[in-house]
Design a protein around this ligand. Sequence first.
Ligand SMILES: Cc1ncc(COP(=O)(O)O)c(C=O)c1O
Length: 413
Amino acid sequence: MKNTSSRGTSGVAGRKNGIPEDDSFLSPRQWAVAETHRTPAALMRLPLPKRIRALVKLHGTPLMVIDKRILIEEYKRFCQLLPRVQPYYAIKSNPHPDIIKTFRDLGGCFDVASQGELKHVLACGVSPHRIIFANTIKRPEALTFARRARVKLLTFDNEPELYKIAKYHPGAQVLARLKVANAGSIVELSLKFGADQELITPMLLKARKLGLKPVGVSFHVGSQCTNFQNYQRAFEATASILREAADEGLKLSMVDIGGGFPIRHFKAETVTLETFAAQMRRELNRLFPKEIALIAEPGRALCGPAGMLITRVAGRSIRNNKNYYYLDDGVYGDFSGMVFDHCKYEFRTLKKTEKFLSILAGPTCDSFDTIALSVELPELEVGDVVYVPNIGAYSCASAVVFNGIPPAKVIVV
Ligand SMILES: Cc1ncc(COP(=O)(O)O)c(C=O)c1O
């Protein structure tokens, strides 16, 4: 089933250790940076059960641990699988300053969706020419801010936006976002974004008339896209736009293949970027000559596998003949991806005893705050750990404080 979603993003300005100060809405208590949480890196090399116990002892729960080694591996894997494609990490998936700095140090570029995210990335020491403002709808103030900050690369998908860009960010480089098939992707984006193919070249020509620099085409195949056909069709449509624009005397130089690259959230999932990377490389080489710069905006693929959420059982009962466990994190917190990202997760425990059909719920006084209605789990006691791997993307990024219960502390180690 297709889902429509505009996921929440968090973004902030910051000065001290990349942590926001005055105008921020990322709370430093939640988004703890390395300098403040001081978790020894050696701890991450302990066998998993020991590592989890040590982390819980040090930080308590709920705790979102982002493994820096996995971030680096995933970034390098992306670059190896798609060597022609420069990744612009979509920070909406997880804006932790230490993730941004990790990718910054690997030569990464960044996709931001708002003025807040833009300020945040700049405060993390990223230079403006390594940033794309890839929300097709931007507030006038955000455009003025981007111009002053010398962030030049922007996307758009409609004419009113072009006029706005021309007014508030004259001379900006623009990519027209094409509406492409999102068939089978878990998060559908094409309902809200992208213009029909026949409108793209005329809009790029219009951009030139307005004094902007039309540089290329962008698209997004939908998040967690396991259907390569979405990419294939988007590549072909984009190549045809590039030819059409050239016929009109407009030489485009950049193609932004967006995000959507799938990851394994739980063992049963088999398709990842690795599955179709060879095909993707072949098609990119066939359709786009070497002088076309290829960029992408991966979010989930870079930070999802690095994240592990550690929770504990805060209460338990038996309801409808099933074990019913109330965790210290829930749907309003770091499981918010179940709502906004339509995500499913794998729940693990440190116990190896017999399993029973169980229910997991969050800590708030809302029955909507139910995490899993039938999951096989060992008998758990209050204080026992339930942890979730591969939950680094679209989780803490959209968590809120509800019932006065703060989301997990997020650390990168
Ligand atoms: C414009 C844009 N770029 C990139 C992304 C990141 O997508 P993903 O996490 O699927 O790679 C998103 C996600 O919503 C997006 O809206």
